[in-house]
Design a protein around this ligand. Structure first.
Ligand code: HPA
Ligand SMILES: [Zn+2]
Length: 349
């Protein structure tokens, strides 16, 4: 496949985003707009100032700026605007389905009612499906910089909104927060029928990935980079079919990996792990949404056509969609295979 056709083929792949923090898609212009209407002071004079400040030497440096941005949100409309502007922005990238993290604790702990957050986001999802044909689900993402008790309080409140929340995730820094602290939290979430995922092995060691699988029962592993140094843990990911939601640009900009080719993408593909590419916090990383992540991997690593098909398939397989939706996504991927004659030319079924 020539270079131009390959880029078009990558563009045409039906995309599934499984690792994006909605608050991480807050573009500086919208941050300013919401801050202004809510009368929330922010320590920047212009959207450009925020862009200039978005240079990070570590995950923690990023998180310090990132959680500051959360403070502008107050109302249902703010959350609606956040999610709708995300869908609008990615509507040209063949994104077909997204499972999106929202970080309620940062808002509820400031007094914002959970209902305003969940319903604002849900209404945005419904409208985006009508306007752009993108389906979506919400993942309530717990934050490790708050206590397990605070997490549990929120989860209990969230039960009322169960039908609007597909799963539970956990993020923020792993430093000093081993998975063993959260066994009861994940047990409760699973008892409620929620799917579960967790950030593990972003800056944490391979044991954090292993313990998240064995103690917390995660179905997906967000980032999962840390597993790379322990082949047993990589094998565990593959054997248990715990897919890794990788975020190539985020990992480079937060100095988690030296470069995209130095990330364990190749290692995980060779170990037959399920992997997919995602955007994490696109607005803080130079507006790099899902397609920019796909393109960056292709530019720096030049994956094979068969590998791209596997990654698109893995993302569908790793998603938590219901059967009818899964079939639609599968049909779209099969249509791309036909369009590019992948069976005749590459033997790809
Ligand atoms: O990359 C991340 N790691 C942990 N917490 C986060 N919250 C947003 N992005 C991240
Ligand atoms: Zn993340």
């Amino acid at each position: 496949m020539d270079k131009k056709t390959k880029l078009q083929f990558i563009h045409d792949l039906p995309k599934v985003e499984l690792h994006m923090h909605l608050e991480g898609s807050l573009e500086p212009e919208l941050m300013f707009e919401i801050a202004k209407r809510n009368n929330v002071p922010i320590p920047f004079d212009s959207p450009e100032d925020i862009r200039k400040a978005s240079v990070f030497n570590s995950l923690q440096e990023f998180l310090d700026l990132y959680y500051l941005g959360h403070k502008v949100f107050r109302t249902r409309r703010d959350f609606y605007d956040l999610i709708y502007s995300y869908f609008k922005r990615v509507s040209t990238s063949n994104l077909r389905h997204a499972e999106l993290f929202f970080e309620a604790q940062e808002h509820t702990n400031r007094g914002v009612p959970l209902e305003e957050i969940v319903m604002g986001l849900h209404e945005g999802c419904v409208q985006a499906e009508k306007d752009f044909g993108i389906t979506s689900d919400l993942i309530l993402c717990l934050l490790r910089h708050f206590s397990p008790e605070n997490m549990m309080d929120l989860l209990k409140q969230a039960v009322v909104f169960k039908k609007y929340i597909k799963g539970i995730g956990m993020s923020s820094s792993e430093a000093g927060c081993p998975p063993s602290l959260y066994v009861d939290i994940f047990k409760f979430a699973k008892e409620q029928g929620w799917h579960v995922t967790s950030h593990a092995g972003e800056i944490g060691p391979p044991e954090y990935v292993r313990d998240s699988i064995e103690l917390l029962g995660i179905e997906r592993c967000d980032h999962g980079i840390g597993a790379r140094t322990d082949p047993e843990v990589v094998k565990l990911l593959a054997d248990k079919k715990v897919g890794v939601t990788m975020c190539p640009i985020s990992n480079v900009l937060l100095k988690v990996t030296e470069s995209i080719p130095y990330s364990p993408i190749r290692q995980y593909l060779d170990a037959n792990c399920k992997i997919c590419f995602n955007s994490d916090d696109p607005s803080y990383f130079g507006s790099t949404y899902i397609e920019e992540n796909y393109d960056a991997v292709e530019k720096e690593m030049g994956l094979s056509v068969a590998e791209w098909v596997k990654i698109a398939q893995d993302a569908i397989d790793m998603s938590w969609v219901e059967e009818d939706e899964r079939k639609k996504l599968q049909d779209e991927l099969d249509a791309v295979k036909l369009k590019y004659k992948l069976k005749e030319l590459y033997g790809i079924e």
